[in-house]
Ligand binder design. Structure first.
Ligand SMILES: Cc1cc2nc3c(=O)[nH]c(=O)nc-3n(C[C@H](O)[C@H](O)[C@H](O)COP(=O)(O)OP(=O)(O)OC[C@H]3O[C@@H](n4cnc5c(N)ncnc54)[C@H](O)[C@@H]3O)c2cc1C
Length: 379
């Protein structure tokens, strides 16, 4: 399976999926037919994560093909990402605590044979080993497989979820602090406290079309317990009333300036910020860094084609740039870098996020009630 690193290819993928496969999405989405047969799902997450295409563009295109009622499941999934982001924005300590715990666990587990066997795909669980190679080779796993993978990691292999979440972030082309950290917390049973996700042999067999035999799992484990709770922190995500003509910084989550809410504004120069591991506490695989670099180059080229003054700079160069706004990088490594280097913020938030994040107080089932309102506001 191949993810070509350009906006043109992402838009092609979106159009092809909507035209040919969207109508069967809700019936087939839970099946993992293997890496050579991914037509039942969109495989758009590597592009949406990097802002190469955005959620509204995807939803609007899908609504041109199918009505809201026929398309509700797909729209819900697309907005699930916005919900996880908002949930984490309101509780950023979940991310900072995760990094603190991870640092400690990395040390504790660096010579642990179970851990080494797991990340090398040498366990006695065939499907798990195959998913490890798939993740390293294709940098993508199906959603259901991510759930089984995380559940086996935590409850059968008895490894800490924090290390599994790190392994995903190192390899997934769509690796995202919110969807990933909260996805792993949810499987472990610490996101919705007391509710975990337990993978089972029959479920894996059914939804992989019996591609795997003999799957011996711990199907009776109890949820993990966390002593910590994370009350919501009140925050403003306001933009300045009038934008002055300053420079603009774009991070890796907004790599299509031309579809942002600020595309009509005038900026002196656009700086596309590249973060090739030196500014990260989780070191990404070479393939993932390469994928990000190609997406950055593609954005640079598109801006140049429109005669917009722009430059790709390393994150360590931000200190030399004056008088700028930045498209909000969201909770994660780039924001951590700005904070820890005392760099000026002046963030610009997306309209969709400003509007939707206020509904991220409670669980997704509550958020779902606001989806029609979100759609009617932006469609
Ligand atoms: C343990 C675990 C870790 C995960 N880590 C990540 C991650 O790092 N980055 C990431 O983007 N997603 C993550 N997910 C969510 C989900 O698995 C992927 O977004 C999805 O598999 C992407 O494939 P797709 O584009 O074909 O999805 P589709 O089924 O075609 O869905 C369309 C879009 O909806 C969004 N979406 C779908 N399911 C979810 C979901 N459960 N949560 C949030 N958004 C969703 C994605 O943007 C996706 O591109 C994780 C899920 C789990 C259980």
């Amino acid at each position: 399976m191949l993810f070509e690193a350009s906006r043109a290819k992402a838009v092609d993928k979106l159009n092809h999926f909507v035209e040919n496969n969207l109508s069967e999405y809700s019936r087939l989405r839970n099946f993992d037919f293997g890496p050579d047969n991914r037509s039942n799902i969109s495989c758009l997450s590597p592009y949406i994560t990097h802002g190469v295409i955005n959620e509204l563009e995807v939803i609007n295109k899908s609504l041109k093909k199918l009505s809201f009622v026929k398309n509700e499941k797909f729209i819900q999934e697309v907005l699930w990402r916005v919900y996880w982001k908002g949930w984490l924005e309101l509780r950023p300590n979940v991310w900072s605590d995760y990094l603190i715990e991870l640092k400690k666990l990395r040390n504790e587990f660096k010579d642990n044979q179970n851990y080494i066997d797991a990340i090398e795909g040498k366990t006695n669980i065939e499907c798990f080993n195959q998913w490890i190679s798939e993740l390293k080779e294709n940098n993508y796993l199906h959603n259901h497989t991510r759930m089984w993978f995380a559940s086996i990691w935590i409850f059968t292999l008895e490894l800490p979820w924090q290390l599994g979440a790190e392994f995903f972030l190192q390899h997934l082309y769509d690796g995202d602090p919110a969807s990933n950290t909260l996805g792993w917390r949810w499987v472990a049973g610490v996101q919705t406290q007391g509710k975990h996700y337990l993978a089972s042999e029959w479920n894996i067999k059914k939804f992989t079309n019996n591609r795997f035999k003999d799957i011996k799992l711990n199907e009776n484990a109890t949820p993990k317990v966390s002593g910590k709770s994370y009350p919501k922190i009140e925050q403003d995500f306001n933009n300045p009333q009038n934008l002055e003509e300053k420079n603009l910084l774009i991070f890796e989550n907004n790599l299509s300036f031309e579809i942002t809410d600020f595309k009509e504004n005038k900026f002196k120069k656009i700086y596309i910020i590249s973060n090739k591991n030196e500014g990260r506490s989780i070191k990404l695989s070479e393939k993932l860094i390469k994928f990000k670099s190609l997406l950055i180059e593609d954005q640079e080229q598109r801006l140049k084609d429109k005669s917009i003054d722009c430059e790709v700079v390393n994150i360590s160069e931000i200190k030399n740039i004056e008088n700028y706004y930045s498209l909000y990088p969201a909770v994660g490594e780039n924001l951590d870098y700005l904070n820890s280097n005392n760099l000026k913020m002046n963030f610009l938030y997306r309209n969709l996020d400003q509007f939707s994040w206020k509904y991220c107080n409670k669980g997704f089932f509550n958020f779902k009630n606001y989806i029609p309102k979100i759609i009617s506001t932006f469609n």
